[in-house]
Design a protein around this ligand. Structure first.
Ligand SMILES: [Zn+2]
Ligand SMILES: [Zn+2]
Ligand SMILES: [Zn+2]
Length: 162
């Protein structure tokens, strides 16, 4: 559904639209899977949807503390876990941070994260074929790979043009 959207939206894009689409997508996914989209899960996702930069768990807590009594870290971690299990959030390992995902991809599909070092935005692109060749190369050396993430740092097109 959001596949036509650019990997890195222009700085002046209608971000309210991204937020609304992200919440709609989450509602649909939870309904399809008969999962409860509880208020805390919704608030955590909303905090992550506030920009295209991934947030650390404590930044999520800070965001939530603006709207409600400060939630306990365990509450936020549980909500993040739920969102990750249901393919609504990705963990960006190298940043120890979380990124909302409104792409309609398989939860097991391998994606590559493009991390802009200038603005901090993270875009995701499908990376199944890359993953296959990396896994094949690892297996060829007798290694049993458990490939789950590909993260690439660099500079996004918008920051390059600045
Ligand atoms: Zn946006
Ligand atoms: Zn994704
Ligand atoms: Zn950038």
């Amino acid at each position: 559904m959001t596949l036509t959207r650019p990997t890195f939206p222009a700085p002046d894009h209608d971000h309210d639209r991204c937020t609304a689409d992200g919440i709609d997508h989450a509602e649909r996914v939870c309904q399809q899977k008969s999962q409860k989209f509880t208020p805390i899960r919704r608030h955590v996702l909303q905090a992550l949807l506030s920009s295209h930069r991934p947030l650390g768990a404590y930044e999520v807590i800070e965001e939530l503390a603006k709207l409600m009594p400060r939630p306990a870290p365990i509450t936020v971690y549980r909500a993040l876990e739920f969102l990750i299990e249901n393919g609504l959030v990705h963990r960006i390992e190298s940043r120890n941070a979380y990124l909302a995902c409104a792409h309609d991809h398989d939860a097991a599909a391998l994606v590559a994260f493009l991390i802009c070092e200038a603005c901090g935005s993270v875009g995701e692109i499908p990376a199944a074929s890359v993953a296959q060749s990396l896994s094949a190369a690892a297996r060829a050396s007798g290694f049993a790979p458990k490939l789950s993430v590909v993260e690439i740092t660099g500079v996004c097109a918008h920051c390059q043009n600045k």
